[in-house]
Design a binder for this molecule. Sequence first.
Ligand code: AMP
Length: 282
Amino acid sequence: MPKVVHTVAELHKILLPLWRKGESVGFVPTMGALHEGHVSLMRLSRTGGNAMTVVSVFVNPLQFAPGEDYDEYPRDLQGDVKVCRDAGVDVVFAPSVAEMYPRGFVTWADQDKLTEKLCGGNRPGHFRGVLTVVLKLFNIVRPTIAYFGQKDYQQSVIIQRMVTDLNLDLKVQVCPIVREPDGLAMSSRNVYLGPKHRTEALVLHQALERARELVAGGEKSVKKLHGEVKRIIGTAKSAKIDYVAIVHPETLEDVNDVSGRTVIAVAVRFGKTRLIDNVIVE
Ligand code: AMP
């Protein structure tokens, strides 16, 4: 069983000997409701030569705007601890909100430009909340390597940018998207989907796969790719597109054509459930 700790002090007791010896600490930050996507990150940490793997489980209120799903977000610490046990995780850090944000908390991490693009447009303040909690967690865990999923592509870019810009002394490894057998990207939010939306949600992967095929076949036109992705997503009656973006992998700026490594990212709502997915094309 992993050790489950709820305070920074308890966690530091465990980590202090490793820090002293300069041993490698692998870290997987999560919001819990763990699934195979999270497990893939834990496995990479386990097999990546780390002396210890720490998983944090914390639903971060700072990254939810008013009216978003903070209250409904699935929480199951017992189940999460079992998943961590099966994945060979050493420590689960599950702090309370008060532990992370003591009374009087007013200090934030933020970023220009990148945070305003893609999901930043529909979720104002979201990435400020993400950057703040991730920076805090990095300071608390002091990992050697932190593992993030490509599933949240923009988040991975923003965090790597913060690590570079603020000279944070750790490596970030971004890991491939884990999917359900039918192609839907795994997400803790998939439990919100009723049967109809669950079936309709397959259009995300279908649209991105189609775009990938087109690019592999030589298509460079952003307009055509946009059109095709939107058309396929539009075949799902309840799909409401937040964005379809074809962007540079680091700046997240729109590209004029697909000539180098490019990211095609989508965010789509099915009823109240907002899903994201992406593909990297060359
Ligand atoms: P979350 O608990 O949703 O905040 O996600 C925690 C970490 O797991 C983030 O780095 C996510 O990008 C990653 N993650 C979530 N879903 C997947 C997935 N389907 N495949 C790979 N990584 C994922």
